[in-house]
Design a protein. Structure first.
Ligand code: NAI
Length: 332
């Protein structure tokens, strides 16, 4: 099986660490390394490298490093471009405490399912007149129903008991209203799963006050992006939360965090999020025992707490942390 690994900033550092650990876990992977960013986009108008899209389509699965996007100017996001080009409609982010990682709460275990293709991420913006910009929020019945089916099906398979749909349909009565109506129809087909709705601002407050009440959150794209980082902050931050982008044909796994330019090149990045994303990828590839062994080795290193990277309170380098996980794998 071939997979793709790339990334900017700390991407190559955490990708190399993850590859070393997967090798040590005895998973046989033939890595196909591809750049995600196209060359000369200003000449071609093509921002996402076509070879990357083709590679993921061919191999059907990919492990992706983070890629930078300029703020308030410049090219569109390559990350969003890849998700759209590959129709990776479901973004899945399991958020759970890791032993030994200081956090505000214990026993947080919530899965976030975010619609990944539309909403304000449609990238449709224009200047109406100077000083007035319109950004289009696109919500369709098709995409809302598709993500709802994914969430309820995931809950059924994984024994999740309760789904909260998050919205702002009191204000965006049509757009978020359509999202909710579509989700409600799917909820009716799954009477064994408790279904609730929360307005997004209240949901944020509830999440900060009492995250253990949540089991699975189902959200449109933008609220999903914001609330999943909020949730990550409750269990120790972006360095320790994985994610998967899933479509009907292909799946792409990546850490929730970005390129971390402030620490790139210093050997201090925490590879845990990408490693956990790789473990999700192994589960997807039916390599469950390897995924479990990696997760156990990781938890063992965190429980001992001696070789942790600075973002989670330690002093270890990326390489020292990686060596510790490999040593834990070899003694398990
Ligand atoms: P960021 O996630 O890169 O960094 C936020 C903070 O978390 C920084 O202090 C950073 O040092 C720390 N951090 C992140 N990952 C870490 C890790 N593995 N180990 C230790 N510390 C870590 O977010 P920021 O600064 O907002 O974005 C930087 C760039 O990344 C931007 O260009 C943004 O567009 C891009 N980005 C890419 C994503 C992707 O490829 N999926 C996701 C989020 C941001």
């Amino acid at each position: 099986m071939k997979h793709k690994v790339t990334g900017e900033g700390i991407g190559p550092e955490v990708a190399a660490a993850t590859q070393r650990i997967l090798d040590a876990a005895g998973v046989s992977i033939d890595w196909e390394v591809v750049e995600g960013r196209a060359e000369n986009p200003s000449e071609t108008g093509q921002y996402v490298q076509e070879a990357a899209v083709e590679s993921v389509r061919r191999n059907r699965v990919a492990l992706k490093g983070p890629m930078a996007t300029a703020v308030a100017e410049g090219a569109p996001s390559i990350n969003v471009g890849l998700r759209k080009a590959l129709d990776l409609f479901a973004n899945l982010r399991p958020v759970k405490n890791l032993p030994g990682v200081k956090s505000r709460y214990e026993n947080v275990d919530v899965v976030i399912v975010r619609e990944n293709t539309e909403d304000l991420y449609s990238g449709l913006e224009h200047e109406v007149v100077p000083g007035v910009v319109e950004s289009l929020k696109i919500i369709t019945e098709r995409a809302s129903t598709r993500i709802a089916r994914f969430a309820f099906e995931y809950a059924r398979r994984r024994g999740r008991k309760k789904i909260h749909a998050i919205h702002k349909a009191n204000i965006m009565k049509m757009g978020d209203g359509l999202f909710l109506k579509s989700v409600r129809r799917v909820a009716e087909e799954h009477p064994s799963i408790e279904y609730k709705e929360l307005i997004v601002d209240n949901a944020c407050m509830q999440m900060v006050l009492d995250p253990q009440q949540f089991d699975l959150l189902l959200l449109p794209n933008l609220y999903g992006d914001v609330m999943s980082d909020l949730a990550a902050g409750l269990v120790g931050g972006l360095g320790v939360v994985p994610s998967a982008n899933i479509g009907d044909e292909v799946a792409m796994f990546e850490a929730v965090h970005g390129t971390a330019p402030d620490i790139a090149g210093y050997g201090l990045a925490n590879p845990t999020a990408l490693l956990m994303s790789a473990a999700l990828m192994l589960e997807h590839l039916s390599e469950r025992s390897a995924a479990l062994r990696i997760q156990e080795a990781l938890e063992c290193v965190y429980r001992e707490g001696k070789r942790l990277t600075p973002d989670v309170g330690g002093t270890a380098t990326t390489a020292e942390f990686t060596d510790a996980v490999i040593a834990a794998l070899q003694t398990s």
